[in-house]
Design a protein around this ligand. Structure first.
Ligand SMILES: C[S@@+](CC[C@H](N)C(=O)[O-])C[C@H]1O[C@@H](n2cnc3c(N)ncnc32)[C@H](O)[C@@H]1O
Length: 381
């Protein structure tokens, strides 16, 4: 039996069962893939150009990893991954960097990365999946590349749904607004209602309070990912003076950075803050491990959150592996993989409507082998 009790890749087709195979374009470290696997989809392939994704993607998921640009792939590259199944799912979360924060959130239409979505559309046309799911930043909904993508899907016969959601409403212990698109050739589709609406959202306390205490600069013996950045003597004084949910405006004058004393700096209060125990965390960015990069201070301890805490707030399982045992943990690299991920718990609601749909297709299901779905697809909760 492979590590983590996982099945051998590619041999999990059970007799007399409905199998939904999925591939993940722009798969990163596997946040979306993991969520879809947890929902019962048989994820077979992830594609990404970043070599740092390969280990976490393959160590924690059933799927194979293909390091190749989505611009250079064709349907032939995943004909095997989408064979021997009853339904095909194509998932993808193209990079959102065309909305660089350095350009104050304005999109740059000349950025080549916009083209990546048109390659996603091309692969949908070439592959003809039954289901498509896509996630991105909310601003994407207003861009012409997005409306072109939706038009392509409709022209190919898909029913298309899209909505901006707060991930905290779907079991993720984090405020994170994201655009979710679902498209289906099996009938009308829409996202399920929030599973953890306001008042029931998972809090920072519930997510990370039981992790071992750490000091700034310390690495936990039991988990090298539970490590916190060093803080300079000045930043240590600052975090001691910080209140959960507060800002640098709570500090004594001598602790305030020169840039924040300027007129322009005063409009950016959301850096150097501490999280609040009994709320979901703020949005995890790719630099969540730095105290000065947002409200990433631990609610109680005098340090920024650790790499492991950031992963948990993105709803990755606690034992998700990001580096091989004994290899160094490069915070910048792992922080990028974690901050860019689709929260694992967003994957399930994004396919649940499809699961319900399979269950409502008795004739198809009957014809395809007795109506039993692989994994948890179609099971009542
Ligand atoms: C937002 S992240 C995806 C996160 C991933 N879905 C997850 O849940 O962990 C976008 C990914 O697109 C990848 N990427 C960028 N350009 C690409 C290209 N031309 N072909 C394939 N992958 C690309 C990046 O390396 C990055 O991992």
């Amino acid at each position: 039996m492979p590590r983590n009790g996982r099945r051998q890749k590619g041999v999990n087709k059970k007799a007399n069962s409905i199998r939904v195979n999925g591939i993940d374009l722009f798969c990163g470290a596997g946040g979306l893939t993991k969520g879809l696997e947890d929902a019962g989809i048989n994820m077979t392939l992830g594609i990404d150009i970043d070599p740092a994704c390969e280990y976490p993607y393959t160590a924690n998921n059933e799927a194979e990893f293909l390091m190749k640009s989505v611009e250079d792939i064709s349907a032939d590259d995943f004909s095997e991954a989408l064979s021997e199944c009853d339904f095909k799912l194509m998932a993808g979360c193209a990079p959102c960097q065309p909305f660089s924060t350095y350009s104050q959130g304005k999109s740059d239409p000349t950025d080549e990365r916009w083209n990546l979505l048109s390659h996603f559309a091309r692969l949908v046309r070439e592959t003809q999946p039954d289901l498509v799911t896509m996630e991105n930043v909310p601003r994407f909904e207003k861009e012409s590349v997005f409306s072109d993508f939706v038009s392509t899907l409709r022209a190919e016969g898909f029913d298309v749904f899209h909505e901006v959601v707060n991930c905290a409403d779907y079991g993720v212990p984090q405020q994170r607004q994201r655009l979710v698109l679902l498209a289906s050739k099996l009938g009308p589709i829409k996202l399920i209602k929030p599973t953890t609406p306001e008042g029931e959202q998972v809090t920072v306390r519930e997510a990370i309070a039981d992790l071992p205490r750490l000091k700034a600069g310390q690495v936990c013996d039991a988990d090298p990912l539970h490590q916190a950045c060093e803080l300079s003597p000045l930043n240590l004084k600052r975090i001691r003076a910080s209140k959960p949910g507060g800002t640098w405006r709570d500090w004594d004058e001598e602790l305030i950075a020169a840039c924040h004393k300027k007129k322009t700096g005063k409009t950016y209060p959301s850096v150097y803050g501490r999280m609040v125990w009994d709320e979901p965390s703020p949005t995890m960015t790719t630099q969540f491990y730095g105290f000065g990069n947002g409200r990433f201070g631990h609610p109680k301890q005098n340090r920024a959150i650790s790499i492991r805490e950031g992963a948990i707030l993105q709803s990755f399982p606690r034992d998700y592996e990001f580096v091989r045992e004994g290899e160094p943990v490069y915070r910048k690299t792992i922080g990028r993989l974690i901050g860019n991920a689709v929260p694992v718990k967003l994957g399930k609601p994004s396919v649940k409507p499809s699961c319900a749909m399979f269950a409502k297709l008795p004739s198809l299901v009957g014809g395809l082998g007795g109506g039993r779905l692989v994994g948890r697809v179609g099971h009542k909760e």
